[in-house]
Write a protein that binds this ligand. Structure first.
Ligand SMILES: Nc1ncnc2c1ncn2[C@@H]1O[C@H](COP(=O)(O)OP(=O)(O)OP(=O)(O)O)[C@@H](O)[C@H]1O
Length: 439
């Protein structure tokens, strides 16, 4: 059967976006289609690498295309931010925040970062918690960053995650409580801008607890894609969550959702479930503010012992790791939904067809070849093209766990491979997914 590009394009209306509930063509997510030698080359405006929803849409597109007897090659053209972005190589910034201290914010940030890297993504972790920079300990780094000739910090790695922490820049005898505001700002900006982050799919930022000046500095300096708000379920913690959500909304930063930590304790002795900090607070506040409840993480001593050992629990295949695996998936999917809603010009929390504009946001479906790339350039977007080819499967935990023993020289073979590939712009492949960056 011969099929034209416009016929194939129309057929892609059969592929719905699972988060936004609208088909990908109407959303303007299909930015180019070309059929050559029995292969349908389709370009998509996706920007959440390894998000399961985006991989599922890729599979669905392949099925639809196969009905025409064609093979599929999917490219992802990512709108990169313009020149004012201090981190041009970073696709998504995820802020992890909490209204008050001690609720498990750093535990969530470290598990999120290492879990995303374990799925195959390129990840950085910025420990911006000036009052308790615990990230290096929780991921088992005791080395220090390297430094280039021009004074840029080179982050040490753990489990494939590039890590920078306040702990690297403040001496042990520095009392963060006495650091004055401008000094804190200076250090935070240095942590963001003077670091060799390279190309990252996700930069996870562990914010200090609360809603003070340090948080505002970070929000004003970083292009935050969305924030995860961590809380325990009790009333006083929930009151602080409200302030946090309002702070993000005042800065036009999407709230990815609530992670309720220490939700319940499953007692191994009596078999009962105890809600030490009450229950339902996270769900209540999520409903009130119309944001997703991303996960309810039970209290489990294994979560603490793994963190204390510098090997986040998400990397271990146990009962305690499951809520964090789910959280990683929900966060990546939510980031993807927010980016795709942005392309479509609609509200990710209330997507309706009424708000849709012409589906040619930055592609050139109607206008072939040169026009498509010219259109992307007009928007000040350099396009990185990724190729989705197969399903992702997480890397073996043990291999990653071994690599932490090497401390700050813990760059894994995978990461080495990845760096080489990036340098010459060839396809990089890990976790079963082929991705090629054209820089
Ligand atoms: N679900 C959980 N079950 C058991 N222990 C937990 C859980 N979540 C966190 N912890 C433990 O609670 C302690 C506090 O967690 P964490 O340091 O992540 O909190 P935080 O909100 O970042 O604190 P701070 O405000 O001091 O930075 C740590 O010892 C951590 O291992």
């Amino acid at each position: 059967m011969t099929v034209s590009e416009s016929q194939l394009r129309e057929r892609l209306r059969m592929v719905d976006d699972p988060a936004l509930g609208i088909d990908i063509l109407s959303l303007g997510l299909v930015t180019d289609i070309r059929i050559e030698d029995g292969v349908a080359n389709i370009t998509l405006a996706f920007n959440a690498p390894y998000a399961t929803d985006e991989m599922a849409m890729g599979d669905r597109i392949r099925e639809v295309v196969a009905d025409f007897g064609l093979e599929t090659r999917l490219s992802v053209t990512v709108p990169q931010h313009d020149g004012s972005n201090p981190l041009p190589g970073v696709r998504n910034v995820i802020a992890v925040s909490s209204g008050k201290g001690g609720v498990g914010k750093t535990t969530v940030a470290t598990n999120l970062a290492t879990g995303l890297a374990d799925a195959g993504a390129r990840v950085g972790l910025l420990d911006g918690d000036i009052y308790g920079p615990n990230v290096p300990k929780m991921v088992g780094i005791d080395g220090e960053p390297g430094i280039t000739d021009d004074g840029t910090l080179v982050p040490p790695e753990a489990y494939g995650v590039k890590v920078i922490s306040m702990a690297f820049l403040t001496r042990e005898d520095d009392d963060p409580a006495v650091l004055r505001g401008p000094m804190v700002d200076k250090i935070l900006i240095q942590l963001i801008e003077e670091v060799e982050w390279g190309q990252l799919d996700y930069l996870v930022v562990d914010l200090p607890p609360g809603t003070g000046d340090a948080q505002l500095t970070l929000l004003q300096t970083l292009p935050v894609t969305g924030s995860v708000v961590v809380t325990t379920p009790e009333e006083v913690a929930i009151d602080d969550v409200r302030k946090g959500i309002e702070m993000f909304r005042n800065h036009n930063t999407p709230v990815l959702g609530i992670a309720e930590n220490m939700s319940a304790y499953h007692c191994p002795d009596c078999g009962g479930e105890h809600t030490l900090f009450g229950s339902g607070g996270g769900r209540e506040v999520a409903e009130k503010y119309d944001v997703p409840l991303l996960e309810e993480i039970p209290m489990n001593p294994e979560i603490r012992t793994r963190s204390d050992d510098g090997a986040p629990v998400v990397l271990w295949d146990t009962d305690a790791s499951e809520p964090f695996e789910d959280l990683v998936e929900s966060v990546a999917n939510r980031i993807g939904a927010i980016n795709r809603a942005d392309v479509a010009g609609i509200d990710p929390d209330n997507p309706t067809r009424d708000e849709l504009t012409t589906p040619t946001t930055y592609g050139g479906l109607e206008n072939e070849d040169e026009t498509a790339s010219a259109s992307a350039t007009d928007h000040g977007e350099s396009s990185a093209e990724d190729t989705l080819e197969a399903e992702a499967t997480p890397d073996a935990v043990e291999e990653d766990a071994d690599s932490v023993d090497d401390g700050d020289e813990s760059e894994t073979a995978d990461a080495d491979e990845q760096d080489d590939d990036e340098a010459d712009g060839e396809t990089r492949s890990f976790g079963g997914l082929d991705v090629s960056d054209r820089q």
